[in-house]
Design a protein around this ligand. Structure first.
Ligand code: IVH
Length: 679
């Protein structure tokens, strides 16, 4: 009977949908899903009177609507009060405690449901007898717009609740958003078609659900995360908000990962720190965290004030984007001659710090942004990433704005500059004849992960080069006390210390030495591979292209940089002089190698359940990068890797302000180390 087959197909597809889109854990290949869906569509085409609203075939987006219908929310969709400082959280909890007449101990024990504040668009979904009947936007909180046709197309919104005995009425509230990856892909496609790109994922999500034609929303990578309830009847729900969220996931919804029950002021403040640390590694934008008094009875006692509940507050992150003025552009010359335009800005507080410089990357970027001196620009500083100019506010361009002229000669040594056809970077061609490149090469040579010369700061290197006292790395070892004392701000004691540090640095490892030479694209990991492969300086300096390519991590480009480096007579001279002044390599390779590894000197702790790697694999991987793996968290812990259900170690690490990584972040981190991106 077609009716029975249709029923069975729908049931299977609902389950597969849930596994794929909500649980992110598919159990069958995509092909099988497609086959079942095709069969269902074919049957529904033959028997159109059997099509129902909640059939999985209805997700693709139906016919456009003519206009938006107004929807009155039976329970208002509220907004939240904002807090921008810890003190405002303390005050909020104080107000809650006063109203609830809690004693000191009760305040300390007060439970909150702590959730990431998702940066998307609020939506309310109404289910009647388990079937999705209506989707509405927030509007002014009282009246919204009917967007049922669009929400039905969102992959992780169930058309039917996962329940044998669904409640009569069940309104789910949450946020619709677009994850970063989907956003990038969507904009990439728009660019290819010469269409308008969206400024950010939130605008894109808002734009998508406000379309009359549902096929547009269906084509966008929208997702829904539930964070609360509106009206409901015919169901008994738990008295804790946190437990209600668990109930929502049982009904088939995604709730925001990272939601936790926390206790008291300390729990809230630690949670804010934890989520702030995770922010840059999340798949979507969040703009803060939300704290909700967890107990429903207490929420009812507290009630509302105007449009916001007294039982909840949003702790916002510092803004990551701000407006400021571009005052000037300077061109810096790096170690490899790369000329980087640097924006000098009217200082502005963004991403938690005051920013007065931002990178403009290269000439293409200046052209792409069409940025001019005097423009009002949007600066973005996310996490620890260097601040960048995101865009220009053209409407505010003053008449006096002037074009940025990329230099045709090196701003430091006046030599010719060159840009290779397939490269975005313009470089000074003078190599170590350029004082800027010499300074940068020397800074790199002395840096911690290279020769580790304690006390040879940037300012000293700059002076030594500017006054022509040294011109290459070998000259560093010919410095004497009298020379050093003649420098500005160099006391006798510092001069002694520096000479001693230089002397001590002579005893190093082969890998550190090769890294210190500053060969283009030879980072720590490549230096280590090279030294392990060739075993001696003579073998490495005489290696052929084929031999170099044979080394792990070395491709033709890096191999050519290495060849070029050792083909230069000047470089070979400096290397020889360095060996002559007494640089020698420590024999005991394994111990010596430890020091050059990216995580040497660090202590890591792993806790909770991991699902992508075993504990042992993580441990071995960390150790292979030079880290120690300890069993308990202490002040000396560098990073805590927290899997799911991490308990007391996570609390302790949070209290000690220790960096915390999720398993996904760790996997990414390993990948970055292997790619040699880790500085
Ligand atoms: S609860 C009565 N929880 O923030 C409380 N809102 O500024 C109503 N939002 O309109 C909201 N993540 O769009 C709540 N975990 C979360 C949230 C969240 C994002 C948005 C929501 C709301 C706005 C209020």
């Amino acid at each position: 009977m077609p009716v029975d087959r249709i029923k069975s197909l729908r049931k299977q597809l609902e389950l597969l949908n849930h596994q794929y889109h909500v649980l992110d854990a598919p159990t069958v290949p995509d092909r099988e899903y497609d086959r079942l869906m095709q069969e269902l569509i074919a049957l529904e085409t033959d028997y159109p009177n059997l099509i129902t609203k909640d059939s999985p075939s209805q997700k693709v987006g139906g016919k456009p609507i003519d206009s938006f219908r107004q929807v009155k929310h039976s329970i208002a969709m509220l907004s939240l009060d904002n807090a921008f400082e810890d003190q405002q959280i303390i005050d909020f909890i104080g107000r809650v405690a006063n109203r609830l007449e809690l004693n000191e101990q009760q305040v300390l024990d007060l439970k909150f449901c702590a959730e990431p504040k998702l940066d998307g668009v609020a939506v309310s979904l109404r289910y009647e007898n388990g079937i999705l009947m209506q989707g509405a936007s927030r509007g002014d909180g009282i009246n919204g717009e009917d967007i049922t046709h669009n929400v039905r197309t969102i992959a992780n919104i169930p058309l039917k609740l996962l329940s044998e005995n669904p409640p009569e009425v069940f309104e789910v509230r949450g946020e619709v958003l677009i994850p970063h990856r989907g956003f990038e892909q969507m904009n990439e496609r728009a660019r290819l078609k010469d269409e308008k790109v969206f400024v950010n994922p939130r605008n894109a999500a808002a734009g998508s659900i406000r379309q009359l034609d549902p096929t547009i929303a269906a084509a966008r990578p929208l997702r829904f995360y539930a964070y609360g309830l509106g009206e409901f009847s015919g169901i008994e729900l738990p008295g804790s908000h946190f437990e209600r969220l668990i109930k929502l996931s049982e009904f088939g919804f995604n709730t925001s990962p990272g939601t936790e029950q926390v206790t008291g002021v300390a729990g809230c403040l630690a949670y804010y720190q934890l989520i702030q640390q995770r922010r840059d590694n999340l798949e979507y934008d969040i703009d803060g965290v939300v704290f909700k008094v967890d107990e429903l009875l207490k929420q009812q006692q507290l009630g509302f004030v105007s449009r916001a509940p007294r039982w909840a507050i949003a702790r916002k992150f510092p803004a990551q984007e701000e407006l400021t003025t571009l005052l000037d552009v300077e061109f810096q010359v790096g170690r490899t001659g790369a000329i980087t335009p640097v924006a000098r800005l009217e200082p502005v507080f963004v991403g938690g710090v005051t920013v007065s410089n931002a990178t403009l990357h290269n000439a293409d970027e200046i052209e792409r942004l069409d940025v001019r001196i005097g423009d009002t620009v949007i600066i973005r500083r996310a996490g620890d990433v260097i601040p960048k100019v995101v865009s220009v506010v053209l409407a505010r361009r003053p008449d006096s704005a002037s074009k940025i002229v990329f230099p045709t000669e090196c701003p430091v040594c006046r030599s010719e500059v060159h840009r290779q056809i397939d490269e975005a970077v313009t470089r000074c061609t003078a190599g170590l004849y350029c004082a800027a490149q010499r300074v940068e090469a020397l800074k790199h040579f002395a840096s911690r992960k290279a020769m580790d010369v304690d006390g040879l700061g940037d300012k000293i290197v700059e002076q030594l080069v500017a006054e022509n006292i040294i011109s290459n790395a070998a000259d560093l070892f010919t410095l004497d006390k009298a020379r050093l004392i003649s420098l500005e701000r160099m006391a006798e004691k510092s001069a002694d210390n520096l000479l001693q540090a230089l002397d001590e640095s002579k005893k190093t490892t082969f890998a550190r030495f090769i890294y210190a030479l500053g060969i283009r694209e030879v980072g720590e990991a490549t230096a280590l591979s090279l030294t392990q492969h060739f075993g001696s300086l003579a073998n490495l300096t005489h290696a052929t292209l084929e031999e170099l390519i044979d080394v792990d991590d070395v491709g033709p480009i890096v191999a050519n940089h290495i060849l070029e480096f050792f083909n230069s007579e000047h470089n070979i001279d400096v290397v020889k002089q360095l060996i002559q002044v007494g640089i020698n390599f420590v024999e005991s390779e394994p111990a010596a190698n430890q020091q050059t590894l990216p995580l040497s000197g660090q202590s890591w702790v792993v806790t909770g359940t991991l699902d992508k790697m075993t504990r042992q694999q993580v441990k071995e991987q960390l150790q292979s990068f030079g880290a120690k793996v300890a069993g308990s968290v202490s002040k000396k812990t560098t990073v805590l890797v927290a899997g799911t259900n991490a308990g007391s170690k996570l609390t302790k690490a949070t209290n000690l302000n220790i960096k915390i990584m999720t398993e996904d972040e760790l996997v990414n981190f390993f990948k970055n180390i292997k790619d040699g991106e880790l500085e």
